[in-house]
Design a protein around this ligand. Structure first.
Ligand code: MG
Length: 343
């Protein structure tokens, strides 16, 4: 039967199935933070989405952690050691509900220099945008974050690319395996999201700024957010990932799945107060938006939102945004910005 389905019909059917699946929230263990540092052994608070839960640490690493009134911390003698991260297994129970989940608790050695490499560090390195090597260059440079773009394929897999099409093939009407055959300009294949995330998780100095791209319908957009979130959870990548999107439905879906997710909105059309009311983590707006709305930087700071400006490449503008004390600046010139910061 599937031989007779057109891509459009297939997408419609998948959208209906997604709508049915998204009507319910599965119980899930949430953790408010996934890092520790020598100065701060407290990791974060545990909760069970949709339920009041009791938690127990299980597995071989349970002895490394303390749990008191749902607050998770790491034992001091382990804070000093050299491991970049520890995996922790947990069980939560609430009546007949029982959930087991594993988290990666990561030493916070992440850079705090505000520099976000836009689609990785590609412009001055010869790497293709959004390629694994662009990510590796951004990590090697010592950027605080490396941004990349994720789309969902026809067969609901996730792949890393900026545009909705590549070499004339639309991602939403192409299968993952077909897209993987295509070569980027530097000879690498287009990275799958899982592969890309796996590469980024080999280190703990550069965060992964994950943009989920808008797509052809609200249902598919929400499904993209769910797929991305599920993979982040499965790979235990929460410590690394900050989410961004132009699609507000995607932002809200991520927060529905995990109110602790760090989600920033890209489209520039909402005042900071609105984002704060919806519990977003930050705003990540085009540089021109801050010039048109000069009060938004102070308003965002007052509301406790993080602020990022994109894509700032001009030295004078980079300096202006540095002077405004933004949390992040997204640039195609990470080398220049790091140099301006004396790094
Ligand atoms: Mg992007």
């Amino acid at each position: 039967m599937s031989r007779n389905l057109t891509p459009g019909t297939l997408i419609l059917l998948m959208s209906i199935m997604t709508t049915i699946a998204s009507a319910q929230i599965k119980p899930a263990i949430l953790l408010s933070n996934h890092t520790f540092s020598s100065g701060n052994p407290i990791i974060g608070n545990l909760s069970l989405l949709g339920y009041a839960g009791n938690f127990k640490l299980i597995g071989e690493n349970a002895k490394l952690f303390n749990l008191k009134n749902s607050q998770l911390s790491i034992r001091k003698k382990y804070v000093q050691r050299d491991s970049k991260w520890y995996d922790l297994d947990l069980v939560a129970e609430s009546g007949s509900v029982r959930v087991e989940q594993s988290f990666r608790i990561v030493r916070d050695d992440f850079h705090k220099n505000r520099v976000i490499a836009h689609r990785g560090a590609w412009k001055n390195t010869g790497a293709s945008e959004n390629s694994i090597s662009a990510l590796k260059h951004a990590i090697h440079l010592g950027c605080q974050g490396s941004e990349f773009d994720v789309h969902m394929t026809l067969d609901s897999n996730l792949i890393v690319n900026h545009d909705p099409s590549f070499k004339g093939e639309f991602i939403h009407t192409s299968t993952f395996s077909d897209l993987k055959q295509l070569k980027l300009s530097n000879g690498e294949h287009m990275p799958g999201f899982e592969e890309y995330l796996g590469e980024g998780m080999k280190q703990n100095s550069t965060k992964l700024v994950l943009e989920i791209k808008p797509t052809i319908s609200k249902e598919r957009a929400i499904q993209s957010a769910q797929k991305v979130y599920e993979l982040v959870k499965k790979m235990k990548a929460q410590a690394w990932v900050d989410y961004i999107s132009f699609d507000y439905n995607i932002c809200l879906e991520l927060l529905r799945l995990d109110p602790y997710a760090r989600v920033a909105y890209l489209n520039g059309d909402k005042a900071p107060g609105l984002l704060a009311a919806d519990k977003l983590w930050g705003l990540d707006y085009n540089q021109s938006v801050f010039q048109k709305n000069p009060g938004w930087i102070q308003e965002a700071k007052a509301k406790g939102l993080t602020i990022n400006a994109w894509t700032v490449n001009d030295p004078k503008l980079l300096q202006w945004f540095l002077d405004q004390k933004l949390d992040f600046i997204t640039t195609n010139e990470p080398e220049l910005l790091l140099k301006m910061l004396g790094k």
